[in-house]
Design a binder for this molecule. Structure first.
Ligand code: PLP
Length: 373
């Protein structure tokens, strides 16, 4: 059994994906080939955002966004405490200070109440200037942008949507990666829209910002890459990856629909035994992960062992709250506690989730969990 089944997907669509890759090799336009702009246009149409700027990965996408806004030394950027390392890593990378904010127990996403408290505390107890919020669409579900946006407005901040796990998700009819002032995503193979290596993209409706981002991703280029008007990065998406993604876009919605069916099958069987994931009414998750919460760390150990014995893959996303990662030691101001994150880290467990999981497999996974409990 696969945790995320990329092989079955490839064999299903092999003919068209192989053809698309072969075309790139025949063209030998490995960097900035026509497929790169074609993909960006497809993603603009899909999300309804004016500009898509593809780049090398989802971490660079976040860093480029902070660079475009000149965020740096003395600035505070608010990031959920429960997320993948990248969401916080990019903040000290540009010289700013991350402030980790607690999350909601039900959705795993940034708590707007904790965000408001954190901004007020930074203003009252530090010399930092609150500048931006990086909200994360964790495990595929969009964050609570309606509430987060109110706080962003109240304090004059900018909002980044880290949609690395959320591409394909929705709030009502609006697609993920359209909720931030700048939104970003990742095409790492295991993400909802994955390529065959590293890849990422940035989304903005602002024409000037788009131009700056296009410059920043190619060595701060002016007229061309030998005219350099700012310090940038080398962060392009390979043509090969763009060509693969153009093909994979054709069945993204179908796969997310299949993942929704898998999620429903899990929830139906598990909801009276463990805490199952909650999707807010009006929202659609891209189901990057299906994550349950157990009653205690000991109970999680028991379940994990039982799954392992049956050769069922599982994973703990995430073992450690961001504020406890050694990399941030000495960088964070005191007094910003995140008790909900600490509890989730001790009890969460992600189960196999992909479009090709059969009802028999789901049944077996759920029976193993129930027996262990
Ligand atoms: C994967 C991920 C990233 C980083 O994406 P890469 O393409 O691996 O650099 C950033 N944020 C979140 C929430 C992620 O899950």
């Amino acid at each position: 059994m696969e945790f995320r089944d990329l092989k079955t997907q490839y064999y299903k669509y092999r003919e068209t994906i192989d053809l698309a890759m072969q075309q790139v090799i025949d063209q030998t336009a490995f960097i900035s080939g026509r497929q790169v702009r074609e993909l960006e246009q497809q993603l603009e149409n899909y999300t309804g955002v004016r500009h898509c700027i593809s780049c090398a990965n989802g971490t660079d996408a976040l860093q480029l966004a902070l660079m475009a806004w000149n965020i740096g030394l003395g600035d505070a950027v608010f990031v959920p405490d429960f997320t993948f390392f990248s969401s916080g890593e990019v903040v000290p990378l540009v010289g700013a200070t991350p402030i980790f904010v607690d999350v909601e127990k039900d959705t795993f996403n940034m708590s707007s109440i904790s965000l408001q408290e954190a901004v007020e505390k930074v203003l009252k107890t530090t010399n930092l200037h609150p500048k931006a919020v990086i909200a994360v669409d964790l495990f595929g579900q969009p964050a609570n942008y309606e509430e987060i946006r109110k706080i962003v407005k109240q304090f004059g901040l900018r909002l980044i949507e880290d949609g690395a796990q959320g591409f394909g998700g929705q709030i009502n009819e609006k697609k993920a990666c359209s909720f931030g002032d700048i939104s970003t995503t990742s095409f790492f193979p295991a993400k909802p829209l994955g390529c065959y290596g590293d890849g990422g993209a940035i989304f903005t409706n602002d024409d000037e910002e788009a131009q700056i981002l296009r410059s920043l991703r190619v060595h701060g280029k002016g007229i061309d890459k030998y005219d350099n008007v700012r310090i940038g990065m080398n962060s392009r998406l390979d043509t090969l990856q763009a060509a693969i993604l153009c093909e994979k876009m054709k069945f993204l919605d179908e796969e997310i629909g299949a993942c929704q069916v898998v999620a429903d099958e899990y929830t139906k069987r598990l909801q009276s035994y463990v805490k199952t994931p909650v999707v807010t009414i009006g929202m659609k998750s891209a189901w990057a992960q299906y994550t349950i919460q157990l009653a205690s760390k000991e109970q999680r150990d028991t379940v994990t062992q039982a799954l392992k014995q049956e050769s069922i893959p599982s994973a703990i996303y995430y073992v450690k709250p961001m504020h406890l990662q050694k990399a941030f030691w000495g960088l964070l101001p005191d007094g910003f506690a995140c008790p909900v994150t600490e509890q989730i880290c001790a009890t969460c467990l992600s189960l196999p989730m992909h479009a090709y999981l059969s009802v028999e497999e789901i049944e077996m996974i759920c029976e193993t969990i129930k027996k262990a409990l």
